[in-house]
Write a protein of this length. Structure first.
Length: 158
């Protein structure tokens, strides 16, 4: 059954290499009438997602001296996070707060995760006007930030 759709599948696979948006549009049209093609296309999409890697910047923070944990959280979530989501090229962003009562030996109050397509995209984003505004806000609530840059390879991902 897949053999009869094989020509279409090969054309689409080539199109994916050249232009994933056009390939996706073509696949959606073809899959309406070709169930075996639809299954193959869904499989290709899953494989593409599994193979995607991102450059991730983790910022590990300690709260500024003289502010409460509640003030630290309030500023991070209501002031700093809205600035962060304006970064050009940002693919994903999360804030992870540490419960210091539960983990008293962990010397940090939280960490952020910022995902970009590449390290070049990350650097350009932080050098942009939005990035400069974001970095200038850090001393408002953080004593220090320990940044880590890693390449994330998704293994199990929704």
């Amino acid at each position: 059954m897949l053999a009869e759709d094989g020509g279409l599948l090969r054309i689409l696979q080539r199109a994916i290499c050249l232009n994933s948006n056009g390939a996706a549009q073509a696949a959606n049209l073809i899959s309406v009438t070709c169930p075996s093609f639809r299954r193959a296309w869904q499989f290709i999409q899953v494989i593409e997602k599994m193979q995607k890697t991102y450059t991730k910047r983790l910022g590990i923070l300690r709260k500024k001296d003289g502010i409460t944990h509640e003030q630290f959280v309030e500023h991070w979530l209501k002031t700093h996070a809205p600035l962060c989501v304006k970064l050009p090229g940002l693919r994903r962003y999360s804030v992870n707060l540490v419960d210091r009562q539960r983990f008293p030996n962990f010397d940090y109050d939280g960490f952020s995760e910022l995902w970009f397509d590449s390290e070049d995209a990350l650097v350009a984003s932080l050098q942009s006007p939005e990035g400069k505004t974001l970095l200038a806000d850090l001393p408002s609530f953080a004593k220090d930030v320990s940044p880590i840059i890693s390449v994330e390879t998704q293994i199990l991902w929704p």
